[in-house]
Design a protein around this ligand. Structure first.
Ligand SMILES: [Zn+2]
Length: 275
């Protein structure tokens, strides 16, 4: 048991219904959950209803990220993708979801953060300032984009940090992410992995999203950093039971069905937050 509130990302890799995943998340013992959403967030209201019906907190919505690179590029698509993010934000507001997670970039080979991108993200931040929804920018590949967003927009009270403990190891070469953006931590994606397995070729295949303690993360050190940041928010876990292509890290979960996997996630979540 722990005094901290714990939440789970709903996309855990089983092809079961949303309703069942929410139900198993509640019965395992979690206090809340987070979800993704469709391109304009029009599915958030219905998910919020199911989550509330099951007595869970809707901790955050993870906004779509597969097209987020367009925000940094010339052209109408960048404006269109910004509009879609704003529409997801407004859907969060309507359903009382307090945090929207945003990836600053996608793609290993992109290294050109620029003022055009900041202009687009500033539009999103201005929209957030008119709501009760906080934007949590997440550490992903290529930290220079996150650096630029915090340097130029980090003074807004609507801008916070989502700390992904797995990305820190497999993309960010063990950079201390909450230490890099002090006072900004408002959400976590706790998960484990085996770090960068080939430094000459960093790929998303290392981004395993294992259960905590099933990789190489220093969980006692992670919890010391949570204390150092005086973080008292919900601790959220983002894990999957599926292997990345050509990997076998998740074979250890082969015997577990959907419900048992989520129960094990809760057990391990409680263990690490007590460290
Ligand atoms: Zn994450």
């Amino acid at each position: 048991m722990t005094n901290r509130k714990l939440a789970l990302g709903i996309g855990v890799g089983y092809q079961d219904s949303f309703e069942n995943t929410v139900k198993f998340t509640k019965s395992a013992g979690f206090d809340g959950c987070f979800t993704g959403c469709n391109r304009d967030g029009s599915d958030i209201a219905e998910m919020a209803e199911t989550i509330a019906k099951n007595g869970l907190i809707y901790q955050s919505v993870h906004s779509p990220f597969t097209n987020v690179h367009h925000l940094w590029e010339e052209g109408e698509e960048g404006e269109h993708q910004t509009d879609l993010l704003i529409s997801c934000l407004n859907a969060c507001q309507r359903s009382d979801v307090p945090i929207m997670i945003v990836h600053p970039i996608i793609g290993m080979d992109r290294h050109t953060p620029n003022d055009l991108g900041i202009k687009r993200f500033a539009r999103l931040v201005e929209a957030a300032e008119k709501t009760n929804v906080m934007l949590a920018f997440e550490n992903v590949e290529n930290l220079e984009y996150l650096d630029k967003i915090f340097a130029d927009l980090g003074n807004s009270s609507s801008v916070g940090l989502c700390w992904d403990t797995g990305h820190e190891m497999c993309y960010n070469f063990h950079t201390d992410i909450p230490g890099r953006f002090p006072g900004k931590l408002i959400a976590t994606h706790f998960n484990d992995n085996l770090g960068i397995t080939d430094p000459a070729n960093v790929t998303w295949h290392d981004d395993a999203h294992l259960l905590p303690t099933d990789g190489i993360a220093d969980w006692a050190g992670i919890m010391r950093r949570i204390e150092r940041e005086n973080y008292s928010g919900i601790i959220t876990f983002e894990i999957t039971r599926n292997n990345k292509p050509d990997r076998h890290t998740h074979d250890i979960y082969d015997g577990l069905d959907h419900e048992a996997f989520i129960a094990l996630a809760y057990e391990k979540a409680c263990k690490v937050v007590s460290m």
